[in-house]
Design a protein around this ligand. Sequence first.
Ligand SMILES: Nc1ncnc2c1ncn2[C@@H]1O[C@H](COP(=O)(O)OP(=O)(O)O)[C@@H](O)[C@H]1O
Ligand SMILES: [Mg+2]
Length: 282
Amino acid sequence: MSANHLHQLAAWATWAKHHGPLLAGSTCGLVLASQLPRMFAGARQRHHDAHWASRRDLRKAFLLGTSGVVVGRIGGTVLRYHGKGHVFVVAATQTGKSRSLVKSTLLEEQPRTSILVHDPKGELYETTAAYRATVSKVVKLAPCTDTTDCYNPLDAIRLDTEDEFADLGLVASMLVNPEGHTFKSESEEHFVRLAQISLRGLLLYGMQTGQVVGLGDLYGLVTQGQLADAITDMAVATHPIVRESGSLLQSLDEKQYANICICSHDTGHMWEASSPHLLQNL
Ligand SMILES: Nc1ncnc2c1ncn2[C@@H]1O[C@H](COP(=O)(O)OP(=O)(O)O)[C@@H](O)[C@H]1O
Ligand SMILES: [Mg+2]
């Protein structure tokens, strides 16, 4: 590098030192200025983006299909959402949500799917069940009425199969900890586990001996004074699940035993005699 060049470089460095902020500012300005047309173009683009959906847009939004939740109509085409998202409809009461969307959905075949309808007023059942019965199996679950279908959770237990243990455990867990709470302490966890093992064996014992067909019978077995006899029988049973539970219940001290009974009372109180419909239907 020649002395002349060095001199020029030093002069540039001195200038840049004094004018650096200006340089930086103008650089930013330049970059910003160079982006402005694009940003405005973007804004224009976004503005112009608002348009009525084309058929292509509808297809991309999973609204053109032969099944799914009916959400409206465009010309003669019914729009049904058949994507993987949720549909949430909000409008004041009596504005036609049920009539336009829900009933329209239920009054179409909707093949290869199951539909669970929460229908507290029964209006959807009343107006759509007859049609749905022609395209699928309809089950009405309203356990406090005379016209309900029955549901017995114990039917899910596959007795005498390799699934028996897991099925019993699942039903017993759901009974002792129906909300699936996480435990606040080790002792609470231990207690719930004890209750679960006890109920698992009691359930199996009751089902094997024919004393328990539904959950109401289990509640009766625990609460109506035959529990002590059942435990004695269980402790010498041949089935290991029943025997384990019987021995466990026999080994409990009075307080633990009372707690297990209270737990069973708590989970089973809905089957109390004051709810004969429930006793019969669940
Ligand atoms: N498109 C419609 N044409 C005629 N009547 C309708 C229409 N939509 C709703 N209705 C009537 O309006 C009332 C309220 O409708 P509904 O669907 O039950 O409202 P929402 O579920 O929003 O409370 C019903 O009596 C229904 O028959
Ligand atoms: Mg409604």
